[in-house]
Design a protein around this ligand. Sequence first.
Ligand SMILES: [Zn+2]
Length: 270
Amino acid sequence: MKACAFCKQEFSSLTREHIMPKSLTDRKQRERGGEKPSRYTSKADKFIGGELTIGDVCRNCNNGPLSELDSYFLQLYDRYIYKFASPEKRIDFTYDFDKLARWLLKVSYNSARATNAPDEVLLESYSKYILGEDVRPKGLNIFLTLVLPYKIKNSEKHDPRIQDVDEIEPDVLRWSRVPDERLAKEGVTFRMVQINSYFFIVIMPNQVTYEARKWYAELKGFRKKYPQFRQLRAKDGVSRTPLKSSGVDMVNNYEIFPSANLSRIFELID
Ligand SMILES: [Zn+2]
């Protein structure tokens, strides 16, 4: 008997859950004319095509609440995320905070188990919330920034891989833990998920030692350090946050969140 990573019930056999839902990778593949999307894993430290799965989820969770979350995110994808951001355009981003947060946490928890990340146990403690069976964790915050395509400078054209392209689009599926040793030690969840231009940060305090005042100060520091991010509204039901580009592009975004260098970004080009 094996226990499901989400509901903890024991089953004789478990099913495979995609870390990034197959519906989403299929959608991106179709948009790219059949080519597999690149994905980034911090463990492999490179962009590779293909799909990652993890085989420790029961059928009930996989086909029930987790698949409902995937459907919800796919709606957001079809409404907003499929389109790369442009410097001029303003977007009225409308979302259900909890469904979005639960989906981002699901991807993060799946990824943490697949790579034995140090925050696996922490993320596991939110599995009931991910399933929709627990209240929203205290101090849970989602931040979002739009990543623009990177315009290639003439001085960079000597690189044979980019001689014939003018810009690098944020054609990306990318997720990882944001390494911050101080916050990690305090049990703070700090994760990023990027799909195309939409770069999400999930940050929330240790639920056991949570103190509202201390956490507000922490968030204030976060906003100061990352002014390009908008904070999403943590309320029930539908929220709306106007988004516009803050000038972050594919390259300087990697400089802010270093986990790949410029030459690896160039590998994304068809
Ligand atoms: Zn289950």
